[in-house]
Every structure is written in C-alpha cells, then in structure tokens.
Design a protein around this ligand. Structure first.
Ligand SMILES: [Zn+2]
Length: 241
C-alpha cells in the first residue's frame, strides 16, 4: 500500500531526551507544540517552561509505558490538550486514529497520515507527512523494533510499507540505538560502504537522528532483507547479539 502524504510548512522538530535512550519528539510551530510519545512528563514540562511554549496535543505510537507514562501528568498541567493514538484501553481520554487516516491537528493547522505498522506491538501506528516520519519503535536508526506481539510477517510487511515512503523523508525514531545497531549491521553486511561511512560520520555524535529513509534503505539490514525468512533470521540474530 502506498500512502499520500500531506505537506506541512514551518515546523521545527526538537528531541527531548528521556530515560536512558528515549526521545520524545517535539513538533513546534510558532509557540505551539505537539509531543510524540511522552513517556515522562518532567523533561517535557521543563522544556515547555524553558522555551515558553504551549502544549496543544500529544501523539501516541503505541502502548508501551516509556511512550505513554507521562500523559496523565501532562494532562494535569494541560487539561485541554488533544491526544491521538491507536485503539487500546488507555486510562485517559483520547481520539483513536486508524490506518490511512488523515489526522488533522487543528490547533497547529497541521496534518499527518496515520500508518498502521503492527509488529513491535499490534497497536503500533506511525505518523507521516512529506518530510517527517515519527516511527516510534517500528523503525530505528539501522535497526527495527523487537517483536513483542506481532509476527515476523507483520513486522516485515510494516517495514516494507515504510520503505515505500519518499527517500528524503526524515526518520524520527523513539530510541537512540543507531550506533549499537550499526555494530550489528556490520556483522551482517561488512562490505557495505554506506554502512561503513555511516559509522564514521556518527563518531562523536551524541544524537544520531533524524536519519533519512534513503540512508536507512542503504544501510538498515531490516529494511534490506528480501523476504520474511531472511527478516526472521536477521531479527533472531539481533535478539541474541
Ligand atoms: Zn515499545
């Protein structure tokens, strides 16, 4: 399936670090912001205060605590914000989003295409416009999420769907795993010059994201696996790496 993606202008995207390796991505337009997957409220509240910004909305990619754990606390500070996420039994009020839906966030006058990417969890969705992909724990820099709920076939299919998005799209993953993932990828694809270059270019860099889909297509072994069998073998090797 191919998705038509909306265009948003004048967005600026900033990472808010949380826990040991999570990113809460902040989508900012003027003084208004949307945050993606706030697993912890404190770093978000500090960031908003420091930069004098207004939280308007929250996007959720999936149900894991390190992606939603901060929501109740954020709601206590910002009771009127709108929350969007996949169908699940969350204990806060939110709007369910579905595959291929064009999500309009009126508060910022922006739109994202919702794409279901089951695999890491069954509820997992990602949010994309022409330039940005907020992919949660489905796609990582040079890697992909572990399979907690979905089948290998589901995850492979979800990654294939993402691989058809524009190559220039910037990839905003929810964890900083890129360097470790490159080490694994090099054990599978040691002569890949793009991979060797990617490792070199990241030396000394603390934040390796966003990457681009084009870069991932050249270096990410999970996106490059030809079929489900190959994907499954690769995922199992990575789980034991
Ligand atoms: Zn997760």
């Amino acid at each position: 399936m191919r998705f038509s993606l909306p265009k948003n202008s004048n967005l600026s995207i900033k990472p808010i670090k949380s826990f040991t390796d999570n990113y809460i991505w902040m989508i900012k337009k003027n003084k208004d912001v949307v945050v993606v997957d706030p697993g912890d409220a404190i770093p978000v509240l500090n960031f908003l205060k420091e930069k004098n910004l207004n939280l308007k909305s929250i996007l959720i990619t999936h149900k894991h605590a390190d992606h939603i754990g901060g929501i109740e606390d954020l709601l206590s500070h910002y009771p009127n914000i709108k929350i969007y996420g996949p169908k699940n039994n969350f204990n806060f009020i939110y709007t369910i989003v579905n595959n291929d839906e064009l999500l309009k966030i009126n508060e910022l006058n922006i739109e994202f295409r919702v794409i279901a990417t089951p695999g890491h969890t069954l509820d997992h969705v990602v949010f994309a416009d022409q330039d940005h992909l907020f992919c949660g724990d489905t796609l990582f820099g040079c890697g992909c999420g572990k399979l907690f709920e979905g089948s290998y076939s589901q995850m492979h299919s979800s990654l294939k769907t993402l691989s058809k998005l524009p190559t220039s799209i910037k990839v905003y993953c929810a964890h900083e795993y890129t360097k470790k993932n490159i080490e694994f990828a090099l054990t599978q694809d040691k002569d890949n010059q793009y991979l060797i270059d990617r490792k070199r270019n990241l030396i000394g860099k603390d934040i390796t994201l966003p990457s681009t889909l084009g870069e991932e297509l050249k270096t990410n072994p999970f996106l490059r696996s030809k079929d489900v069998t190959q994907f499954k073998e690769l995922r199992q090797r990575k789980d034991n790496f």
